[in-house]
Design a protein around this ligand. Structure first.
Ligand code: HEM
Length: 492
């Protein structure tokens, strides 16, 4: 364990709480997706909302509220095109484009043409695009309902919106996701966020997650600057990089939202079938072991690299490990497991551990996922749909979320890194309609010969998604002034 060295001072009071906290003490939540119909009415609504938005310094044990905008949402609230153009291209284009489909692997059932919101039609024209994400969290149903009814009242009174979608999310007491594995253990720790006694290799430069601070390249991440003065730009801080322009991005971040259905029955049937004994009978222990090999942790959360043979049980949030010293060849935790694929830590072949860590620190995300159930769909399809509201927080969508999904999870080419030639068994297996060859296998490295599990199916379907910008509190205040006369232009 190492104490955080070389501390950075970050403006926590200006940062929305969700960036810094997972709201573990607020297990239930409701996500509202809104479309803006009247910009002036929405700016007025936002003006009253800002004081209620939970900042990273506020620790409310009962509820929390955070807000984020898509690119369409920023345009709809009145941000001028010239300023919108200063956002990074991945955010401006959004998740549902033809070439991003190839990067993210969203084919077949997962194609944006089939999404519930955030998708596209057959000509790649946007369909059901959300503008605003309002994320509400409560310590219990009563607190959540109270917050929701108050907020829905304000939304209706404003007459500025259409409610596009509403869905609940939750966190189980044992923190397990729907396949039965303890989740949300491994998170990068933001330098300067004040957390101490974390494994030193897990501390990541502030600018990998918060705009306006130095990142792992020792550079300021690409941040949306205001090049065409509008509204009250005096509310914004100057660009830390010294351009003289005001920075709408400072203390904000990007939030990747993917609604991911989990096919639990199929996942369990696959692991069961692949571990039948010679008499064709199920072997429950072998079944769990195969699933654990695919994930990289046991159901308890215990990492395979430390416990390769069996689950020590209980509940583990052990994240103090690397791979190069104890498991360079994947004999304990397979090279193709979800855990190693999404964070190879110190184990790139041909690189020293420190060099590997330097690379992986540039491709981390903070995960703030919550589970969902869809009873309405259950009624229609006669089956209960379960899944994950995947929230990935990063300062650079292309270098972080998209890189992880494309280069590490979906990449089934044998390569010189230690990732093996299999797709990520949880999120990278190509859909049946994906163009190109599809190896669809999972390899368990062992001696004397590796074991190959063939016929890997896709156990996750993308049902919706969008890229959001979660501004800092000052950025939110600035957005409320977009309709007013330009103030502070002379400060440029
Ligand atoms: C239904 C979809 C998913 C399921 C069921 C799932 C499940 C899990 C589980 C059980 C863990 C181990 C717990 C932990 O270390 O925190 C984990 C870790 C992780 N997952 Fe996922 N995950 C899903 C989607 C994704 C996606 C879409 C990404 C990113 C593109 C992702 C990235 C990660 C990362 C970065 C880690 C931590 C790896 C580490 O630092 O060692 N996951 N996931």
């Amino acid at each position: 364990m190492a104490l955080e060295s070389n501390p950075v001072s970050i403006e926590l009071a200006d940062i929305q709480g969700l960036l810094i906290r997972g709201y573990g003490q607020l297990p239930i939540c409701r996500f509202l997706l809104l479309q803006i119909e009247d910009a002036a009415a929405v700016r007025k609504w936002l003006h009253s909302l800002v004081p209620q938005v939970t900042a990273a310094t506020q620790f409310n044990k009962k509820h929390a509220l955070n807000i984020a905008f898509t690119c369409e949402g920023l345009k709809a609230i009145g941000l001028a095109d010239e300023n919108v153009d200063n956002f990074p291209i991945s955010f401006r284009q959004g998740m549902a484009t033809e070439w991003r489909q190839r990067i993210l692997g969203d084919f077949g059932e997962s194609a944006p043409q089939n999404w519930r919101w955030g998708g596209a039609d057959e000509h790649w024209e946007p369909v059901q695009q959300p503008h605003i994400l309002l994320a509400m969290y409560g310590m219990d149903q009563e607190q959540l309902d109270q917050l929701f009814h108050i907020q829905r009242g304000f939304i209706q009174e404003s007459r500025g919106f259409k409610i596009l979608y509403q869905q609940d999310g939750y966190r189980r007491e044992d923190s397990k996701e729907n396949f039965g594995f303890h989740d949300s253990i491994s998170q990068p720790v933001i330098k300067g966020s004040g957390r101490k006694n974390v494994p030193g290799t897990n501390i990541v430069a502030t600018g990998e997650f918060v705009l306006g601070y130095l990142n792992e390249h020792n550079l300021y991440p690409y941040s949306p600057l205001i090049s065409l003065p509008q509204g009250n730009i005096n509310l914004l801080s100057p660009d830390a990089n010294g351009s003289g322009l005001k920075d709408l991005g400072r203390n904000g971040t990007f939030l990747v939202y993917r609604l991911m259905q989990q096919h639990v029955k199929e996942f369990k049937a696959f692991s069961r079938e692949k571990t039948l004994n010679q008499d064709g009978k199920p072997e429950p222990e072998a079944q769990i072991k195969l699933e654990a090999k695919m994930v990289g942790r046991w159901p308890s959360g215990a990492p395979l690299v430390k416990f390769p043979d069996s689950d020590p049980g209980g509940s583990s949030d052990d994240n103090d490990f690397n791979y190069s010293a104890t498991d360079p060849y994947g004999f304990r935790c397979p090279l193709g497991s979800h855990l190693r694929r999404n964070n190879p830590r110190d184990s790139f072949r041909n690189l020293k551990p420190e060099q590997s860590l330097k690379i992986t620190r540039r491709h981390r995300i903070i995960r703030r996922g919550r589970l969902y159930k869809t009873p309405e769909v259950a009624k229609v399809e006669n089956a209960e749909e379960v899944g994950l509201h995947f929230f990935g927080i990063n300062a650079n969508i292309a270098q972080q979320f998209e890189f992880i999904q494309h280069v590490w999870a979906n990449n089934d080419q044998p390569n010189k890194h230690t990732l093996s030639g299999d797709p990520d068994p949880i999120i990278g297996v190509p859909n049946a309609d994906t163009p190109g060859p599809r190896p669809n296998r999972f390899t368990i490295q062992q001696e004397p010969v590796a074991k190959c599990i063939d016929g890997l199916q896709r156990f996750v379907t993308i049902r919706a998604g969008a890229y959001f910008f979660m501004p800092g509190i000052a950025g939110l205040r600035f957005l409320t002034t977009l309709g007013s006369r330009v103030e502070g232009a002379s400060d440029r």
